[in-house]
Design a protein around this ligand. Structure first.
Ligand code: NAP
Length: 438
């Protein structure tokens, strides 16, 4: 019997569990740990609440989770409740699928002013992550700035723009919905340090901005390169740029019909935040792109902002006894192998890029590596106690483990508490989750 511990129950974790099961069938026991009492990581806390069709992938993970030889071990923090060397003594392989839950910092003057948030915190707030449920951003200013030209920036700009009716069917938590109802934001500036040909936004997500009820996207035609140059782009990016071109062509009278403006300010690199206790503006330097890089031109200006959300990427959390690459912000690994018997998948391996589906090959790939390591003998031949060993340790330490069956009770309670038309009302604190599970 092979004993595998996967740390993290998001997409990377469950695709890996699925791959292990395909590889070893009934000869494997997989324990999927999570620090929270609820599974699915990024699907629950990262994917936008109005993108329910993407969240549907959790049904596939549930199929894996309901197999006898896969077990959800929720409410257990690796590094606190159990150490990594302890896990290694119990399991043949320990795989980190812990994602990248922390915000990358810009490192700019004024970054600690009030009402400046990283996207992990801001997205966590509207998605009901227990760590960020109390964030309480102030949405009373007329101007907001979103930094970054990726899909997370689009998520944030869209959520800030939607009417309450447009959240029908979404699982945005009620505290965020109520706060957004009172929002006075009229202008959202999306700041990009490079130009239209360097955006990371994908066409479907960008296209959604054109369909918003009360917001209109605005692009300065001067920022767009000659249209012939688009032919050189890969097809996805070419489609995204076509959306920017169509935004640039929106006539003024159509803009005037919508009370919220989403302005793309490209070739603008933030240099400092201005404010007195609370943010009031972002100072930016005009840039030009040379050999793909943003280069400052020496021209500076301020963009007014009473709220700033920085969507510039994420870092993984280090865990004691696991080699960490500080510069890259993820575990130090060679194509998923950290050390013999210790592996990583998903954003903990690659950094925060790619779609949810990108995690699937990661899972299959790491299982192949474990097979190689088992066959070469580097993992040792001694039988490990796996589940039974963990259960004994959990009992000795009085760990309050939440099982998949417990999670199903939490899920049921969340579905029962849902607003009309919404799939669920999430619990936003850990104690409430645990109470519902018992
Ligand atoms: P991302 O796609 O890597 O975009 C990050 C953006 O931040 C880039 O435009 C980058 O500009 C900018 N940036 C980085 N450092 C900066 C700095 N110091 N100053 C100014 N700008 C800076 O990251 P993301 O938006 O966080 O998304 C993470 C991953 O999740 C992506 O793969 C994304 O596609 C995926 N995602 C997908 C969806 C969806 O499919 N619906 C939704 C959300 C997220 P440079 O390019 O110039 O570095």
């Amino acid at each position: 019997m092979r004993h595998i511990a996967i740390i993290g129950s998001g997409p990377a974790g469950y695709y890996t569990a699925e791959a292990a099961q395909k590889q070893w069938g009934e000869d494997v026991c997989v324990d999927v740990f999570d620090i929270l009492p609820v599974p699915y990581g990024l699907i629950r806390f990262g994917v936008a609440p109005d993108h329910q069709s993407i969240k549907g992938v959790s049904r596939r993970y549930e199929k894996t989770a309901l197999n006898e030889n896969v077990r959800f071990v929720g409410n257990v923090a690796v590094g606190r409740d159990i150490t990594v060397p302890e896990l290694q003594s119990l399991y043949d392989a320990v795989i980190f699928a812990t994602g990248a839950p922390n915000d990358r910092e810009l490192g700019l003057e004024g970054e600690n002013l009030a009402n400046i948030f990283g996207s992990a915190a801001f997205v966590g707030w509207y998605n009901g992550h227990p760590k960020f449920a109390d964030l309480d951003p102030d949405l009373s200013a007329r101007e907001a700035v979103v930094i970054g030209m990726g899909n997370v920036a689009l998520d944030v700009a869209r959520i800030l723009s939607k009417t309450e009716a447009e959240f029908e069917g979404a699982d945005i938590v009620t505290h965020a919905l109520e706060s957004l109802r009172e929002s006075r934001i009229e202008k959202i500036t999306i700041l990009g340090r490079r130009g239209p040909h360097q955006i990371m936004m994908t066409p479907k997500e960008l296209g959604e901005l054109a369909a918003l009820e009360r917001a209109s996207p605005r692009v300065d035609i001067q920022d767009l390169p000659d249209q012939e140059e688009d032919a050189l782009l890969e097809p996805g990016l070419r489609k995204s740029v076509a959306h920017l071109r169509s935004f640039a062509a929106i006539p003024e009278d159509i803009h005037a019909e919508k009370p919220i403006e989403i302005e793309f300010d490209m070739f603008a690199s933030p240099v400092r935040f201005v404010g007195d206790g609370k943010v009031q503006a972002v100072e930016v330097e005009r840039t030009k792109v040379e050999s793909g890089r943003a280069v400052g031109t020496g021209e500076f200006y301020q963009v007014p902002a009473g709220l700033v959300v920085s969507c510039i990427g994420y870092r993984s959390s280090p865990i004691p006894d696991v080699p960490f690459d500080e510069r890259a912000g993820r575990f130090a690994n060679d194509a998923g192998r950290i050390l013999p018997g210790m592996y990583c998948v998903g954003w903990a391996r690659r950094g925060p890029s790619g779609t949810i589906g990108t995690n699937r090959p990661d899972g299959y790939d790491v299982v192949e590596k474990i097979v190689e390591d088992l066959e070469s003998g580097v993992l040792g031949r001694k039988g490990k106690s796996g589940r039974a060993g963990f259960d004994a340790l959990a009992e000795e330490r009085k760990l309050d483990v939440v099982t998949f069956r417990d999670w199903k009770k939490i899920e049921e309670a969340e579905e029962q508490a849902a607003r009309e038309g919404a799939p669920r009302e999430k619990f936003v604190d850990i104690e409430a989750m645990i109470r519902a599970s018992r």
